[in-house]
Design a protein around this ligand. Sequence first.
Ligand code: 5AD
Ligand code: SF4
Length: 601
Amino acid sequence: MHPLQWVLQVQRSLGWGPLASVSWLSLRICRAHSSLSSTTCPSPERQEDGARKDFSSRLATGPTFQHFLRSTSAPQEKLSSEVEDPPPYLMMDELLGRERKVYLETYGCQMNVNDTEIAWSILQKSGYLRTRNLQEADVILLVTCSIREKAEQTIWNRLHQLKALKTRRPRSRVPLRIGILGCMAERLKEEILNREKMVDVLAGPDAYRDLPRLLAVAESGQQAANVLLSLDETYADVMPVQTSPSATSAFVSIMRGCDNMCSYCIVPFTRGRERSRPIASILEEVKKLSEQVIRPPQPPKVLGLQGLKEVTLLGQNVNSFRDNSEVQFNNAVSTNLSRGFTTNYKAKQGGLRFAHLLDQVSRVDPEMRIRFTSPHPKDFPDEVLQLIHERDNICKQIHLPAQSGSSRVLEAMRRGYSREAYVELVHHIKESIPGVSLSSDFIAGFCGETEEDHVQTVSLLREVQYNTGFLFAYSMRQKTRAYHRLKDDVPEEVKLRRLEELITVFREEATKANQMSVGCTQLVLVEGLSKRSATDLCGRNDGNLKVIFPDAEMEDVNNPGLRVRAQPGDYVLVKITSASSQTLRGHVLCRTTLKDSSANC
Ligand code: 5AD
Ligand code: SF4
């Protein structure tokens, strides 16, 4: 069911008219109770009684249908420095953070890391402060993941710990507010509020702009929620705040949501329909990042402070990008799917596609590496592969989630390709981009997976020889097609045994693939000190593999005769001397630039 339908259905079942948002819905529930008890929702914070009474009287002049429409269509062009106009039941200053301290905790994928930065950017503009100390926090927000049951269980456990923190909070301090953001808020909706009474705020992935209002409502002791999904929200105008100021790389969100409806996956239900961010705003963000300064621990001796050196374009199906934001974009030449691949949805027409975006982004700064994740194998037309091959600063690294090596299972998963089509694509990619580094996702023990299907997945791992892999045991999710139509019939212990086998084979093959780099000279972007040794530095090669090398003096190619030590954000050439399934080791030869580098493999 569409989330909007969900809201309306609950409203109808309660006999109400259209509502402003679910927060309004939860407030109305409180009012319904209050007519019995003549109070608003019970709250443990008695000292807020006055504020709540005042709030309740303002509630009587609650939002109109117009406000509902306004708050769901999230304007893209709004100035980010502006604070939202307050809804009729809140005062302007109640929308402000008034220096309350927010503690943000992120679970799950890179999209959630980016969402955390978006949420923080919005709250910062409303006058909240950020704290990294849980004990200091006035507001704790968990950015959550629903992809597998285990991910959700981690959040429930964390909520139990936070409950203790909330109960122990001295009365002399402002009450602690707890919020659940992201996929779990979207999937479970009011079930979270009912199960965990200590949760004050729920905000789905498209509702972060509403956080100041939701927190303002929560301040009065009410629970507040907005889990409406949007057809156009991309947070295009919200510049995420980089959480780690020393980072050499940044993530730039280019699209949200997913229309693929793979039968095992909850993402289309938690993150909604696929929509792309306008190219102009992506380019603007990449330009800003290229000019953003990294502050290394010690002042670098020659290059001076430098801009960020790596951007990863981010999206649920990053290469399905399609900017339709301007009418003339619809005349663009249409691009094909990868050969032998189909979609679960009706063919989409027009718009500026991923190859165009990649071309534009890679031109912003030739010294900035470009990566992208996570793509779908169906959207690798030749123009994308060609561009990756030709452009020095587009990394020769492709994530190609296969999910299974059995055509039968792939069909049950509704992936839109057979094993043969996938293998053909792999060969085509390897021919088009010599030296390309490949990674993949696999699920062990999907509904109906036989031993023979599993053997086929093992053989695919051997055939492709991925450099990196992400392997998971299947976890049935409610709402998905598999939940409604298939049987989760592979016993847990069999799933885990198959997963172990996949991990072992993947490691053996990745070690072999990575050992091909031994003896090569590779260009490495320095990240900083190695976590395991204070005398080693750590960086990433073009294929995104970790490279460890001793922190030693070296020559700077652009300043002959000068001896330098590598700093975060420097490009260095490293001679690779050994390799494992996850790391390369070597010794540093010189400092260089991406343009001038002479990496030999
Ligand atoms: N169970 C296990 N793994 C899953 N993934 C997605 N849904 C499930 C599920 N229900 C995996 C897929 C996807 C990755 C992000 O998570 O491999 O590519
Ligand atoms: Fe989930 Fe499939 Fe969409 Fe990936 S492409 S997010 S696996 S539905």
